[in-house]
Design a protein around this ligand. Sequence first.
Ligand SMILES: Cc1cc2nc3c(=O)[nH]c(=O)nc-3n(C[C@H](O)[C@H](O)[C@H](O)COP(=O)(O)OP(=O)(O)OC[C@H]3O[C@@H](n4cnc5c(N)ncnc54)[C@H](O)[C@@H]3O)c2cc1C
Length: 431
Amino acid sequence: MPERVEGFGLYNVSVSPVFRPASLDALRDALAVCAANGSRPVFRGAGRSYGDASTNPAGPVVEMTGLNAIAGFDETSGVVRAGAGLMLGDLWKFAIPRGFWPPIVTGTMHVTLGGAVAMNVHGKNGWKKGTIGDHVESVSILRGGGRVEEIARGTPAFDDVIGNWRRPDPIVEVALKLKKVATGYLDVEAFVAPNLAATLAGLDGAKDDWDYLVGWMDCWSSGKSLGRTVLHVANEHAPKEGEPRGWSVEEQVADIHMGPLPAPVLRLGLKLTAGGPQMRLVNLAKYAASAVHGRQRYRQSLVAYSFLLDYLPGWNEAYRPGGFIQYQLFVPKGAAESAFAKALRLQHESGVVSSLAVIKRHRADKFPRGYALDGFSLAMDFAVTRRRASRLIALCRAFDALLLECGGRAYKAKDCVGSVERLSRARGGAA
Ligand SMILES: Cc1cc2nc3c(=O)[nH]c(=O)nc-3n(C[C@H](O)[C@H](O)[C@H](O)COP(=O)(O)OP(=O)(O)OC[C@H]3O[C@@H](n4cnc5c(N)ncnc54)[C@H](O)[C@@H]3O)c2cc1C
């Protein structure tokens, strides 16, 4: 029976037959059914891409989360071998008691290894550690005919898998080199940058001294405050005599503080404010609270720092019925100030302003299908409502034009409006 299949933003939807194989043989059977019907499946991990990457209006979806076994771990090299359906959340729970941590983690732990490799995801340590492809030792692909082929890094075939989000044959296993960590904690510094130039200088200036860099930008700010941001930078915490190591799952999650309000109340609050002018106040309050406190230093667990967006489970549901879209602009360093200033002003002019925006510093991606470049990215969330849908789409088309103009890139994991395909066509094949 066909089912409703949604992107994380709930805006891109397909009604598709869904296969959920729990073993390699079941996956072979599912693919045989698709082949017999003449339909080409789209593979799906945890469905955390915001747009249409893992929906399929033209046919079936094969959900890979059932292939999630950990096949082996080498304590010496740190290489873990696991099914492509293993969730990042299960991987860190396996790794941390052994003194390891995934080298790249996304803003949510609810993504699969296969989905992460197919998008070549980045984390907050994009400047120092690149993308997940930089840490994958090999990938195993289920070829047509049912044969599993392991492809080692350093070959053209390997490079072709990394970031290849619409491949015809599924990734079934990934060997990933985990990072050894002395403790499960980070030393975090939080401070404000009063405008866009200060935001970019703050991230750029911190990039070699700090492993993790991220900024929460207030897109409503204007004039001299345009692009003001709360920056969070972090380094590994050195072990200290008598201090807990933070190597247990319990210690990791104990650091997550949601505040006094229960999750359903927070979700209701988000539903009532998302896309509305109240978000201006929320952004102002976040910035003002950090500005008042000045530069803050604190210790935080890796989980609490990395997965802030998971604190409120199911937060995307607050955006029903219209859903929301994210647009992440990747812009070369030299063009960033003028491109982001334009992107912010375009929002003000159109009256459609992002409620949540995240800025990061990246290094150039060496994989042929890469999207990251030596520069910055600005990811912006926009609620889709009937009243502003057409203005929002026009805004996204203006962002596309901006990227074309400055040599920037769009990122398929966040693309809800076909920007990656449009840019690729405009550039004669390169996204
Ligand atoms: C709250 C939130 C925060 C995020 N933060 C970040 C971030 O910091 N950095 C970042 O880079 N991304 C981020 N993302 C995006 C997310 O990491 C990517 O979209 C990732 O690909 C999702 O993994 P998934 O398992 O859900 O895959 P899906 O979204 O289900 O699929 C992603 C792509 O991979 C393909 N695919 C999935 N599994 C396989 C397989 N086994 N074989 C072949 N192809 C496959 C699908 O066809 C699809 O094209 C975030 C998403 C959310 C919701």
